[in-house]
Design a binder for this molecule. Structure first.
Ligand SMILES: Cc1cc2nc3c(=O)[nH]c(=O)nc-3n(C[C@H](O)[C@H](O)[C@H](O)COP(=O)(O)OP(=O)(O)OC[C@H]3O[C@@H](n4cnc5c(N)ncnc54)[C@H](O)[C@@H]3O)c2cc1C
Length: 334
């Protein structure tokens, strides 16, 4: 790791002032926010990035909001372990509770923050290899497109084919979360769904709308509407802690034998949490049967464009969707 300056601001304005003023890649490398350090320090140890300054957010006032009911307000410094352990979150925002609990190991969850989880960089092994000048690091090419792409995107790819690695992002988009960010021009709020950007939109070297001198302040989730429940299913390659190969966040309002409304977001299949809007529309008002679950899964994956080595994600994700619908229906096969 290259040596760097550690700045310890106490206010948001001071922190923003310590971040780069410009917008280009060189300026981005000048200074970066540091939260729990579980991702950024690895990037620095592996020489993927070499910032001259880290701006430690730990002492910054205003990033530690915490309210778990009825609406959820989570400052960006909230540790994932706290989210996973909160019984109110498990009761009202179950998908988030399961997603947070599924992240990495308990040691990592004790240190990792929600802001860092949402802003973490991709795990694609071409990106994570110091010697590969991939498009995510400012190079000309996405080597995953025609290379070893087992873990890469089946939706929304091009010119980069990363998948977004955050479990919490998938669950929070499902739950209609809003984020607040702050930069030199003040604070702004937006739906979390609009926070994440496809590589074909915005800048290919970033995964979200944050500029180099903007800080994610907090995430808010509205109290669930009456009758809605949610779940999060994640498929990992190994039993121990691991990133998702595919994930499904699903919420629904089921009335008797009918799925009145549903919302569905797929994880680890696209560079952003992937909203399955057509499957949502299909499910509204349909009989709550196995045939409906199967058709919804077919519709959700109909537009998938697998690469050479990740075709397995299509049947895998279909299976997870059906399993999630069965779970929200009380586990019965109809
Ligand atoms: C072994 C291992 C397994 C893992 N498994 C999973 C998994 O299964 N699921 C999953 O979702 N994640 C997983 N992760 C990723 C882990 O969750 C993230 O590394 C962690 O959440 C990052 O949080 P942090 O607070 O440590 O962020 P940091 O490492 O401090 O920061 C991460 C990035 O976010 C930026 N950042 C942080 N906070 C802010 C903010 N408030 N405003 C603007 N930018 C900010 C930083 O500049 C940096 O670029 C795993 C990590 C490891 C090491």
């Amino acid at each position: 790791m290259k040596s760097f300056e550690l700045a310890r601001p106490t206010s948001l304005d001071e922190a923003i002032d310590l971040l780069p003023k410009g917008r280009g890649p060189a300026e981005i490398d000048d200074a970066r926010p540091l939260a729990g350090g579980q991702d950024i320090l690895t990037e620095m140890k592996d020489y993927l990035i070499t910032p001259k300054r880290l701006v430690d957010l730990a002492g910054v006032a205003g990033l530690d909001a915490y309210q778990s009911a009825p609406d959820l307000v989570l400052g960006s410094l909230t540790r994932l372990a706290r989210i996973a352990a909160d019984p109110q979150i498990a009761l009202h925002h179950r998908a988030l509770s399961i997603a947070a609990e599924s992240v990495a190991s308990v040691q990592i969850r004790n240190q990792a923050t929600l802001g860092g989880n949402l802003c973490q960089r991709p795990r694609c092994w071409y990106y994570r290899n110091e010697s590969v000048p991939c498009i995510k690091k400012g190079g000309a090419e996405c080597f995953a497109e025609s290379g070893l792409n087992k873990y890469n995107a089946i939706f929304g790819g091009g010119p980069s084919y990363i998948v977004h690695p955050s479990d919490c992002a998938t669950a929070l988009v499902l739950l209609d979360a809003t984020v607040t960010k702050r930069g030199p021009r003040g604070e702004s709020r937006m739906p979390l769904e609009q926070f994440f950007t496809l590589p074909s939109e915005g800048s290919v070297v970033r995964e979200n709308v944050l500029k180099a001198n903007e800080i994610l302040v907090q995430v808010e989730v509205p109290a669930p509407k009456p009758g809605w429940t949610s779940t999060y299913l994640k498929f990992k390659e190994r039993e121990s802690f691991d990133f998702a190969m595919s994930a499904v966040a699903l919420s629904a309002r089921i009335e008797g034998d009918t799925i009145a409304e549903a919302r569905m977001v797929l994880g680890a299949v696209a560079p952003i949490p992937w909203r399955a809007g057509e499957a949502e529309s299909f499910l509204a008002g349909k009989p709550n049967t196995h045939a409906t679950w199967k058709e919804a899964a077919e519709i959700a994956l109909a537009q998938a464009e697998p690469l050479e080595h990740n075709g397995y994600k299509v049947p895998l994700t279909k299976g997870l969707i059906q399993k999630a619908l069965r779970e929200l229906s009380g586990g019965e096969s109809k």
